[in-house]
Design a protein around this ligand. Structure first.
Ligand SMILES: Cc1cc(-c2ccco2)c2oc(N)nc2c1
Length: 156
């Protein structure tokens, strides 16, 4: 039985910008990413997404749109990482730095892919076009994607 770990990943958007966080410690440290983390027992995936967003950058999502599903495997590790991707355009609160994340707004034309997970450059275009997507990536370490596929779905 393959072990599965379920994560949320939330991107806060406005018309021309996206809020990213520089991960300050732990898994993905040193990379810009959306806000998220492990879904805890007893919470739904959207509940976990709202919780992690507020914990990591202070914003409270008033609505969340599920925009994609990403599955990750690392060569030599049987664990499947299942990452549910969300966008929010409606939120309140003020952006604050947390122990986990240093938030920063980026213009959509200037996303720092060189300092993000390698898969992001492959699936961000689908998200930015408003398409529902499902992607599967096989990594060797953190710096090489051995194979991947991405499909556009009618709905998740
Ligand atoms: C292997 C991997 C994991 C994650 C992740 C997000 C939340 C928890 O793990 C990623 O996020 C992005 N953008 N690429 C990622 C690759």
């Amino acid at each position: 039985m393959t072990a599965k770990k379920v994560f949320s990943l939330v991107f806060v958007r406005n018309a021309s910008e996206i809020l990213l966080g520089m991960k300050k410690r732990g898994f993905g440290q040193g990379k810009w990413n959306g806000f998220g983390g492990k879904i805890e027992p007893g919470e739904t995936i959207p509940e976990g997404a709202v919780r992690e967003l507020q914990e990591e950058c202070g914003l409270i999502a008033k609505e969340l749109k599920n925009v994609g599903l990403l599955e990750f495997k690392f060569e030599g590790d049987p664990t499947l990482l299942e990452v549910h991707v969300f966008e929010t355009h409606e939120y309140h609160g003020s952006v604050i730095e947390s122990e986990e994340m240093l938030p920063k707004w980026y213009n959509l034309k200037n996303i720092p892919f060189k300092n993000m997970w390698l898969d992001d450059e492959h699936w961000f275009p689908y998200m930015l076009r408003g398409e529902f997507f499902k992607g599967h990536f096989l990594y060797r370490g953190e710096d090489l994607i051995l194979k991947y596929n991405i499909q556009v779905l009618d709905k998740l």
